[in-house]
Ligand binder design. Sequence first.
Ligand code: FCB
Length: 451
Amino acid sequence: MIAAEYHFPRGFLWGTATAAHQVEGQNTNNTWAEWEALGHTRGRAGRACDWWAGRWKEDLDRATEGGQNAHRFSVEWSRIQPTPDQWDEEALDHYRRMARGMVERGLMPLVTLHHFTDPLWFAEHGGWEATDAPQRFARFVRKVVSALREYVSHWVTINEPNIYAALGYASGEFPPGLQDPRRAQRVLVGLLRAHAAAYHAIHEVQPEARVGYAWHYRPMQAARPRHPLDRLARRVQYNAFNMGFPTAIVTGVFRSPLGRVRLPEARGTQDFFGLNYYSADVIRFSWRRRHHLFAQRVHPPGSDLSPGGMIANRPEGLFRSLKWASQFGKPILITENGVEDEADGLRRRYLAQHLRATWQAINFNIPVKGYFHWTLVDNFEWERGWEQRFGLWALDTTSQKRSKRPSADFYAEICRANALTSEMVERYCPEAFADVFPAGDLPARIDSPSV
Ligand code: FCB
């Protein structure tokens, strides 16, 4: 069989993404540590991947040996600023060493400044609903950027503001565990203002910086396409979850069913679009789901589901998401994509199919510049704790021993070749071959003398 290849552009970024609280361990001074202590999660972060004690080094060696050339990580605000008027220079030094360690290993660091956790003092002061929250965040951001600018030029201000607001303030799975859509909107506006303040602060400190935020986008369709209530629920959910924040970054106006807010300072505050994509949704109207704007998210019947049932393997949704993201006219980074799969039975085909969708988008001239797989080593998955395993490497939390999943080798081959080849797909996930290389039968016909 003639080998086929999907080549990626020269300089394409291949990495994995992590977040401080999920890998560091020993965090005690933030809202998630408290949430875990109150028993709201399945297990506690504990030592996590033990990065704070130094295991980031061996894991980044794994990333480099795995052919990667970039890494996305986050800094923990509660460590750097343990109280409002105190900076911990040692914590900043730790992150400087990490950023330098990445550069030395040939990994371009992409730094997230806020990834779900807040310092306890910040939450006690009203969190993102407090009027001075954006200034407080910008002050912290200035401090971090000044400390890391020697090694870092690409910044993600805030990770998934929509998930933070929806899960913390509407559905209640994240701290502070509220079910109040009105407050969720207020928090989203606070995060918008904070993002804008951070964007301007970063450019003041480092004019050449490239700044974006990481947006969790989900394509959605109505379960019953002609059913007016399903269509309505889909539209409301789609606009609230996907559109309000990114639109405000373009127009400077945040619109929601609860009203309009003018934020001229947010206009034009992105240099790249950070896209987190996991799956797509089918929306069904449900009277019981008041806190979710009457929407029930389901997977299409017969979906290729992750073991816990959370993620349906919908690579066409990534293509649609990239097309959607291209409307913002900026380079795009896929800042997260991956699947929970302890046995690694699904991950290889999920990866191949999503990278094929990425390649396809690039060939439609959508400017995708990099891909960050979630994640390098199994880590602490928020309220789902240790029940979900997203790592290319498996983690034994007791011994801290890592073991390589086949997907790690697969991803390494892709990164090294800067390509996904038919030969790799045949070896790692033959079951997806016909989908990933749909013209697989072509060579036989070309070779045939009767043609
Ligand atoms: C995203 C989060 C990330 C991780 C993945 C699985 O929503 O940004 O921290 O938990 O989901």
